[in-house]
Write a protein that binds this ligand. Sequence first.
Ligand SMILES: [Zn+2]
Length: 325
Amino acid sequence: MLRQLVRKGLNAVDDLVVAADPRAEDHHSLVNVLFHSLYESSAQLGDPALAPNQNVTVADFSAFIEEMLENNYKVVSPAQVDAGLKPGGRYLTITFDDGYFNNQLALEVLNRFRVPATFFISTDHVHQNKAFWWDAFSRELSRSGVPATAQKAEIEQLKVWTPERIDAFLCQRFGSSVLKPSGDLDRPFTPRELGQFALNPWVHIGNHTRDHAILTNCTPDEMAEQIRACQDALADLVGYRPVVIAYPNGNCSPAAVQAALAAGLRLGFTVAPQAPRLPLDDASRMTMGRFFFFGGQDIRRQCRLFGARLVPSHALKRLMQSSPY
Ligand SMILES: [Zn+2]
């Protein structure tokens, strides 16, 4: 397939550029990595309950942390980033978006390596036991025989809408129970589970808006409400107000940053594949990039590229992202 050939070519260019740069390995001092779902084992991969995703098993997640620790990265919490990181070190934040119940599989790994991770929660999903719309849409498309590659394009098309409009569209097309999770793999945490989960000393909780609103589709008032309501809900669910937000879908704007600051947030994550420079300044601390990690791909290579100074495919992806950040 053409897409696979292009990816192979880009990978080869990345490897050549990184290999040719004598300072490549020394460059990034703060690497932020993004996860979503965790699978118990590779036997679960491809389960139609979840939309096509990063295919990360618990074993992949464990191997990722092991590799980053071997590369002398220190895993840090949002509070440590907020307090300021000592220059000269290599730092890693591990982040999980959305609030999937399957994220509890990370606990055994975090406990074993004694490293922190931050989990960004869309609180209405927790309160309503509501499936994430992209999983629900993908499940229904799979049922109609639409292949995974075509599903991605259909999912992307809905991302220009507000959450209310997306929900209404799905309910109209597939029936009112479409947003009911199909099982433990695709469901969010329950309020009680999230409260328990957040008690683990390696677990940190972050804001992911009230109902996973892509903030750039919202008015300034809607942005403020989405973020503030999530802070209030998390104060109730886990007992504190987070200092960090991950903008849903990574979409951010100056107005979204203002809304986050007004709600008391002090750090923000996008999905631009870019490491922030240290020390963080006022602008960069609210728009820190993150790298996606993929299961089933060379773990050592991915970790090497996260820390590299210039990775052509990362630069290309940044150019193609519509977000100004
Ligand atoms: Zn998300």
